[in-house]
Design a protein around this ligand. Structure first.
Ligand code: FPP
Length: 247
């Protein structure tokens, strides 16, 4: 069964549990992050057939700088290798890659790889894959406010709300479904503005264990939730979707 929404949905994922998964296997935490790459690949490959148009994954939060320097360096190294090795495959599969978050503190070699991958995939339209690196939702909202003040000066709260929404979501839309793996039920400063109306899905699965079938289950549950947007019950998420049997 293929599921498709007219415009496609925006799914955001907090990929949690790499460290615990690795520790349980008697491996180093870094081995957990490496295993997390395979889960990223599986998720990216499953997403388009499920009607996912935008996928935003949390690879490194601005709070993650507090981790030991060696773990931080390893995460950056792993992301850099992913971009270098997978860029061509992403492009062939129609994936447009974009990195969100601060760019002034990440290593130069990673930055170069990000810029290359963004350039190489800029025209692709099957899936918009956004990787959050050195990302903080509060910081992104604060930056948007400062930028708006620079352009528009003093504006009403209502106008400010609409301009910030435009700045943060013009290219990707609001988050429809936010998934967090690893058993915790927190938002961890992730896409706070963009997720104002998101459906939340928490799973005990550790990120390296996350399979295409887990994404199917999350999207399936999303389809069966009633989305009210503060109004009276009208639509189930599923009624916005078209289901078709795969050939
Ligand atoms: C959270 O698990 C995970 C991270 C902070 C890093 C996520 C990075 C990857 C999955 C690497 C691959 C990413 C890309 C974009 C290719 P944790 O270490 O906090 O786990 P724990 O809660 O069990 O300690």
């Amino acid at each position: 069964m293929k599921i498709r929404e007219e415009a496609g949905i925006h799914v955001a994922i907090i990929m949690d549990g790499n460290g615990r998964w690795a520790t349980r296997q008697g491996l180093s935490r870094v081995a957990g992050h490496r295993a997390g790459v395979a889960a990223v690949r599986r998720t990216v490959e499953s997403a388009p057939d499920l009607g996912v148009r935008v996928l935003t994954i949390y690879a490194f939060s601005s709070d993650n700088w507090a981790r030991p320097a060696q773990e931080v360096e390893s995460i950056f190294w792993i992301i850099r290798a992913f971009l270098r090795l997978e860029c061509e495959r992403l492009r062939k599969n129609g994936v447009r890659l974009e990195v969100i978050g601060r760019r002034d503190r990440i290593p130069r070699a990673l930055l170069r790889e990000i810029e290359n991958a963004e350039k190489a995939t800029a025209m692709e339209r099957t899936l918009h894959l956004r990787i959050a690196i050195d990302y903080s939702a509060q910081a992104s909202i604060a930056e948007a406010v400062v930028a708006v003040q620079g352009i528009a000066g003093e504006v009403t709260a209502e106008r400010m709300r609409s301009i910030i929404t435009q700045r943060l979501t013009a290219d990707c839309g609001d988050v429809d479904l936010l998934i967090r793996t690893g058993g915790e039920k927190r938002l961890s400063d992730y896409l706070l503005w963009e997720s104002a109306y998101a459906e939340l899905f928490f799973t005990d699965r550790m990120w390296p264990e996350f399979e295409g079938s887990d994404l199917v289950a999350a999207v399936y549950e999303f389809r069966h939730r009633e989305r009210r947007f503060g109004a009276v019950p009208v639509l189930k998420a599923s009624s916005m979707l078209v289901a078709e049997t795969a050939q």
